[in-house]
Design a binder for this molecule. Structure first.
Ligand SMILES: NC(=O)c1ccc[n+]([C@@H]2O[C@H](COP(=O)([O-])OP(=O)(O)OC[C@H]3O[C@@H](n4cnc5c(N)ncnc54)[C@H](OP(=O)(O)O)[C@@H]3O)[C@@H](O)[C@H]2O)c1
Length: 360
């Protein structure tokens, strides 16, 4: 594959209304590609208005909205027909609201419908799937640097009872990770057997960066917790309740880089069936413990009086944070030619988008 030209056919994007999907649509239009934007409800202005506007602002290319639901077989047949590539960024993520089995079904079972529609199209040459770093990570000692060779479920002997099929229905994180890993394996196998298209995955870590609409401020997303820090709440707190752990190592990537990597993977001469690309921090500057992130936000937003972080004592964190996950998007920069935003620009643009939307 090489650069997709308009005459090659449109690119279909599932989950086009979402935080990542919307940026994929924006990036494709910026390159002059027509886009078939797959949404669940084309009449829901809160979710699609920004896509319509992107189409109007684009030069010599267009966005067409197609309705489809991952849970309905054949839902994407029309949308994918005549397309050169499909970028599958839609998922019923739920952000901590569903049972583990529902998480698994929303992120694995329903993907079969997408692949069936890809096969039926006859025109699609690349399927780029938004997997997750969750499909890579597994328990390892602190400081271990994860690469695309890693899979969740590796090293299970050392940590019995973790990332295994039988634990899918017991734990949401395991269900999500296994769903993503199993989807990757499924699509690579189907693509290989089919022979007419290749499947490639993008494995993002903590995605942040500017929101396009208020709807992108999904509860429990990473951008949501950046917003909470900017509102002066310590990490993990929501409505006075500790809704997740109070400290972590943030390994941050810009949503615009994640989006661009999807298109580059659809175009790359080097990527092939089964290639996967971690989208994580470019280097150590994008890996920050919560207290370091707080310090950076204070530097970038001097006008905000109170920025949250974690419990501190004399300028040092009160509790130790496990030093993981460490990973860098080296393969995406080397093979796809991705150049990335600085962490300063990403954080600044994230905060400024909250100000623009009126949430800060
Ligand atoms: N954000 C991250 O940090 C991160 C990290 C790693 C991987 N990912 C993966 O990236 C993908 C996109 O995530 P995101 O952050 O952009 O989430 P998001 O903003 O919630 O977007 C999810 C998208 O999926 C669509 N969707 C949900 N249920 C659907 C269904 N039943 N049928 C069709 N479409 C459906 C949503 O459409 P509606 O607008 O109709 O709800 C929305 O467009 C997901 O696969 C997620 O697992 C995200």
């Amino acid at each position: 594959m090489s650069k997709i030209n308009k005459q090659d056919g449109p690119v279909a994007v599932t989950g086009a209304s979402g935080y990542i999907g919307s940026r994929i649509v924006e990036d494709l239009l910026g390159q002059g590609n027509d886009v078939h934007a797959c949404v669940r409800d084309a009449s829901n202005v809160k979710k699609v208005d920004h896509l319509v506007k992107l189409g109007k602002d684009a030069h010599n290319c267009d966005v067409q909205l197609y309705e489809g639901d991952l849970f309905e077989k054949g839902s994407y047949d029309d949308a994918f027909s005549g397309c050169i590539s499909v970028i599958h960024a839609g998922a019923t993520v739920g952000f901590n609201r569903e049972t583990p089995q529902e998480v698994y079904d929303g992120c694995f079972t329903e993907n079969e419908h997408v692949v069936e529609s890809v096969k039926k199209s006859g025109s699609v040459k690349r399927l780029v799937f938004t997997s997750s770093f969750a499909a890579v990570a597994h328990p390892r000692p602190e400081g271990y640097i994860f690469t695309e060779e890693d899979w969740c479920g590796d090293n299970v002997e050392a940590y019995k009872g973790a990332w295994t099929e039988e634990n899918i229905s017991k734990n949401r994180d395991i269900a999500y990770a296994m769903a993503k890993a199993n989807t990757e394996k499924m699509i690579y196998k189907i693509a290989e057997d089919d022979g007419n298209f290749e499947a490639i995955s993008i494995n993002p870590l903590h995605v942040i960066g500017p929101l396009m609409t208020e709807n992108h401020n999904q509860f429990f997303s990473w951008q949501f917790f950046i917003w909470q820090l900017l509102k002066g709440n310590n990490f993990g707190l929501w409505d006075g309740k500790q809704v997740r752990g109070d400290r972590m190592l943030w390994n941050m990537v810009d949503v615009r880089d994640v989006a661009k990597a999807h298109r580059l993977a659809a175009e790359s001469n080097i990527a092939k069936n089964g290639s996967r690309y971690i989208l994580s921090a470019t280097d150590r500057s994008g890996e920050k413990f919560t207290w370091q992130l707080q310090a950076k936000l204070m530097e970038l937003f001097p006008d905000i009086e109170n920025i949250g972080g974690e419990m501190m004592d004399n300028g040092r964190p009160m509790k130790y944070t496990y030093d993981s996950p460490r990973s860098y998007c080296i393969k995406a920069t080397d093979e796809l030619g991705l150049s990335t935003y600085s962490i300063e620009d990403t954080l600044k643009d994230t905060g400024n988008s909250y100000i623009k939307i009126g949430l800060l």
